[in-house]
Write a protein that binds this ligand. Sequence first.
Ligand SMILES: [Mg+2]
Length: 129
Amino acid sequence: METTENVRILVVEDNFMNKVLVKELLQVHGYGVLEASNGKEAVDMAESHHPDIILMDINLPEMDGMESTHIIKSRESTKDIPVLALTASAMKGDEEKFLKEGFDGYVPKPIQLTVLVGELERCLKKAYS
Ligand SMILES: [Mg+2]
């Protein structure tokens, strides 16, 4: 995985403007982007498209990001896909909480490009090298 264009990221976000923003940040950086708007869709997309990594909002309709990630991590076919939590809650201790819940990392909102790309690269390297 040497160029970002071969990397497909599933962005799970219900807020339209946030989704557009994240999508553009990633595409400018050369990543391929897939989209889902709720937790159920995320589970289905993970299964059908097997993205290289998932960026998961926590507060989502239908099924939240926690439950969606639990399902993705419990299935043999999708459990190896890294999942990064994407959330406005940036309280102390949250990172540990998310790691305990099965997430591979944590990106606080508002999103800073350097933090987002740094976390993506760290997780991709850890998962695929
Ligand atoms: Mg949301």
